[in-house]
Write a protein that binds this ligand. Structure first.
Ligand code: IPE
Ligand code: IPE
Ligand code: MG
Length: 244
């Protein structure tokens, strides 16, 4: 197995898990079969991330716009989410994974809300991989919710508007406390963010892969990390050679 040197390992990898439907279509299978296979890729990727010693992994599982899909497909995705919690929680606990969910929460079924709460509670003290699922998540919704909350605080005299800085704003987002993603991977060839981590992606390296999500595995992740290691990040400044 090839792997990037630990020193160049990103602190936070975020993945837009796209292409389940196309993976299934290629095989003359229903879209749901693609989502099921995608769950296997989630399992494999989380195991690989743990083994590589990655600090933070965020996986985009369901967007706030995915409710627009046919009811049957939404139902299948919710069913898979339940199945994942039931089948994988013990292993995640064993692997010292801390699990969190970012997203709306209030719109999904009550039993799923309960599973989310239980899993976050059960893994809260774990110190290994921080695994975040973006589930019923939309970046614009997240930013609007944060602005709404800060406006309310200002109106009630709990917040001085003059103190609002990017750092303060970030500390009120769902992702507070997690470093911004260094690397955002999108599988299956589309070159867009589709409302994922809009604020947090300001200086992320973007990597678009043709691989459909169900085919994503340890080797593809390792390859992505190698590509990341070869990127030069400047954050608006000049690289050291240009300064010298
Ligand atoms: C990603 O695969 C999974 C979700 C968005 C939930 P898609 O279902 O978007 O697959 P394609 O893009 O149609 O191939
Ligand atoms: C983005 O994929 C959402 C997830 C991967 C969960 P979509 O398939 O929903 O995005 P669009 O519709 O192609 O932009
Ligand atoms: Mg898609």
């Amino acid at each position: 197995m090839t792997s990037a040197p630990a020193s160049s390992l990103p602190r936070h990898v975020a993945i837009i898990m796209d292409g389940n439907g196309r993976w299934a279509k290629k095989r003359y299978l229903p879209r749901e079969a693609g989502h099921y296979a995608g769950m296997g890729a989630v399992r494999e990727t989380v195991r690989a991330a743990c083994d590589m010693g990655l600090e933070n992994l965020t996986l985009f599982a369901f967007s706030s716009e995915n409710w627009k899909r046919p009811k049957t497909e939404v139902g299948a995705l919710m069913g898979l989410f339940r199945a994942y919690f039931r089948s994988d929680m013990d292993e995640l606990v064993e692997r010292n994974v801390r699990m969190r969910i970012i997203g709306h929460r209030g719109r999904v079924a009550g039993d799923i809300q309960q599973m989310i709460q239980d899993s976050e509670h059960r893994t809260a003290a774990n110190t290994g991989l921080n695994l975040t699922f973006a589930f019923d998540y939309g970046g614009q919704e997240e930013i609007a919710a944060t602005a709404r909350e800060m406006a309310r605080a200002a109106k009630e005299g709990r917040l001085d508007p003059e103190t609002i800085t990017p750092d303060l704003f970030a500390s009120r987002l769902f992702t507070a406390g997690t470093p911004d993603p260094d690397l955002i991977i999108r599988t299956s060839g589309e070159h867009r963010l589709s409302n994922f981590l809009l604020w947090q992606s300001a200086y992320a390296e973007l990597l678009f892969l043709d691989t459909h999500w169900p085919d994503f595995d340890r080797a593809v992740l390792a390859g992505a990390l190698e590509q990341f290691a070869a990127r030069e990040r400047r954050f608006g400044a000049l690289d050291s050679e240009a300064v010298a």
